[in-house]
Design a protein around this ligand. Structure first.
Ligand code: PLP
Ligand code: COI
Length: 351
């Protein structure tokens, strides 16, 4: 890493009123209350600057910035959890750094070195410790990369300069804590095939129309994209089917995001001795599974954690899944186990 920035020392004062921020976050929608400090690094032809802390409001963008016109932006989402030994630990930051690098690669943005990303994450966590709620709350971290070349002519050229910053939000639930209604979309994919594994805003924009329609027409919470009957993912999480200790999830392809939560849960389930299958999952599989007594369908993601699906809407059909008692639910067991790992109550080494 080269440094073209002389202001390497943290310059930002801590959060001005942590109690008020935490109180606001307890009732506000996910991701709308921010810690006042972010960590930042910039890159240009001279290399990366050293990471620094800045006030949330401290950078401005020229209206002709490449990212604003040509979509040269990507992001990550991970959480830092308060641990039982009094620390605050980000969950699998290396894995998120690797995915950010992959996203940058597809967008021809300069990929940030892993140590830079993890240092920025650590700095954001430390600077926002006072606004990190206890479990089940957490500090949601949003490493964000924007191409910052000032040009509206470079539609066919990448941005050489970029800013990478890590925002921090105290959060609770992203999805409502009740069984979800999911519309299954069989006509269109969530995004274009070459961008399925990229965590970029355009993908969310492409999915929005169908999600909005599902919300209006079916009071749905999300859409499960299954073009031509092959299940991919929902707009903000991967999907899993559970029947007792048998877990099935779509095998990884380039068509959808390779979730860190998915990877973590598969490792946990295998370690518990469960049967784990990664394979093509069809809409017919989902219909059959949803009608099995005791089977469960869930969503898994950083924000979503592990959420229970209560109803699948497929064309004109509404299939209500039989609900299981929490004591009897393998989905609940997986969620609890993951939470114990994240808070350090259970030790687990991820591959
Ligand atoms: N798929 C999409 C479209 C997502 O937005 C997310 C959330 O990040 C996921 C899957 C799950 O990924 P992860 O578990 O890494 O958060
Ligand atoms: C995440 O789970 O980190 C996501 O990016 C989902 C987001 C839409 C809140």
């Amino acid at each position: 890493m080269t440094s073209s920035d002389s202001s390497t020392a943290p310059t930002q004062t801590p959060n001005s009123d942590p109690a008020a921020i935490l109180q606001a976050a307890a009732t506000a929608p996910f991701g709308t209350v921010f810690g006042e400090v972010m960590s930042v690094a910039r890159v240009d032809d001279g290399g990366w600057t050293a990471p620094s802390l800045e006030s949330l409001a401290s950078f401005s963008l020229h209206p002709g910035t490449h990212a604003l016109h040509y979509g040269s932006s990507c992001f990550e989402g991970l959480k830092a959890h308060r641990t039982i030994d009094g620390g605050i630990r980000p969950f699998r930051p290396d894995k998120h750094a690797a995915r950010l690098q992959q996203s940058c690669g597809r967008l021809l943005l300069p990929p940030p070195p892993t140590e830079l990303v993890t240092e920025l994450i650590d700095m954001a966590v430390a600077a926002n410790a006072s606004v990190t709620p206890p479990a089940p709350g957490s500090l949601y971290l949003r490493p964000t990369m924007l191409g910052t070349d000032i040009t509206i002519g470079a539609a066919a050229y990448p941005s050489h300069s970029a800013i990478l910053y890590v925002l921090a939000c105290p959060v609770g639930d992203y999805l409502p804590p009740r069984p979800l209604t999911i519309v299954v979309e069989t006509e269109i994919p969530r995004t274009t095939p070459q961008f399925g594994v990229v965590k970029t805003g355009a993908n969310y924009a492409m999915a929005l129309g169908r999600i909005d329609r599902a919300r209006r027409e079916h009071q749905a919470d999300q859409v499960l994209f299954a073009p031509d009957g092959i299940v991919q993912e929902t707009g903000a999480a991967n999907v899993l089917l559970l029947d007792g200790e048998h877990l099935v999830t779509p095998e990884l392809t380039d068509a959808f995001l390779h979730g860190v939560t998915r990877d973590s849960l598969l490792q946990v389930a295998r370690s518990l001795g469960w049967k784990v299958e990664e394979r093509t999952v069809t809409v017919d599989d989902c219909i059959e599974w949803a009608q099995r007594p005791g089977a469960e369908v869930g969503l898994m993601g950083t924000a979503a954690v592990i959420a229970q699906v209560g109803t699948l809407v497929i064309g004109d059909r509404r299939i209500d899944l039989a609900t299981r008692d929490a004591a009897d639910s393998k989905l609940v067991e997986l969620r609890r186990t993951l939470g114990e790992i994240q808070t350090g109550a259970r030790s687990f080494t991820f591959a």
